[in-house]
Design a protein around this ligand. Sequence first.
Ligand code: AP5
Ligand code: MG
Ligand code: ZN
Length: 218
Amino acid sequence: MHVIIMGPPGAGKGTQAERMTKDFALLHISTGEIFRNAVKEGTEMGKKAKEYMDKGLLVPDEIVVGIVKERLSRPDCAGGVLLDGFPRTVEQAEALDEVMQDLNMKIDAAISVDVNEEELINRLTGRRVCRNCGATYHLKFNPPKVRNICDHCSGELYQRSDDTIDTVKERLAVYNKQTLPMIEYYQRKNLFVSVDGSQSINQVYSVISAHLQKIKEQ
Ligand code: AP5
Ligand code: MG
Ligand code: ZN
């Protein structure tokens, strides 16, 4: 099964992805995560991506699409993938369809996690991420057992450089302008599923996992 998880910045895509990939044996492909790793490693692609990410803007389609295409061609994707944060424009969605067709794969669902802007700002400004394994926490809503230490790997937690209030506002504006139009693309294909993301992490997950279970049994 190949699934897309979408939704505005801070909606909980990464948080839900951690559980979805584990329970349904999906490979997690997060374009944001790929870029943050490239920034950490100081590659040319990372340097280019950082210029856009720190402003809250989308990295150009030709860079993102090339990366996803290469990633999806690897044999470990055959068992099922969860695309997190890709596609984010109608152009990327069209490019993904072409790549999938070439690889004899198809998308089974585009699950959108929806949350209002006020709550998104609260979630993003309180988020902390493990430097080592990427696990996501929140100071209030999902705190680690020990302050600033990852529950899974004891790594140090940090705040993402694009989680400042000004960059968050820009990311939300970019989402509304460039990503929202993509919903219609998946609605037309009957693949779009909207989930109320304002509920607790567990409640959101129970709705999503019921849906994945249905796809699995088809
Ligand atoms: P990316 O890393 O994808 O960031 P994003 O889309 O802005 O989304 P986030 O990762 O910030 O939020 P999330 O939905 O994963 O929420 P999380 O689970 O962490 O992309 C970063 C940048 O890379 C982009 O801005 C762009 O520049 C570039 N990029 C990436 N993909 C691209 C593409 N395809 N094209 C072009 N450019 C691209 O949760 C957030 C917080 O809320 C956490 O603290 C969590 O603990 C908490 N939380 C989660 N769920 C709940 C809940 N139900 N209740 C209470 N708190 C919750
Ligand atoms: Mg994320
Ligand atoms: Zn960790």
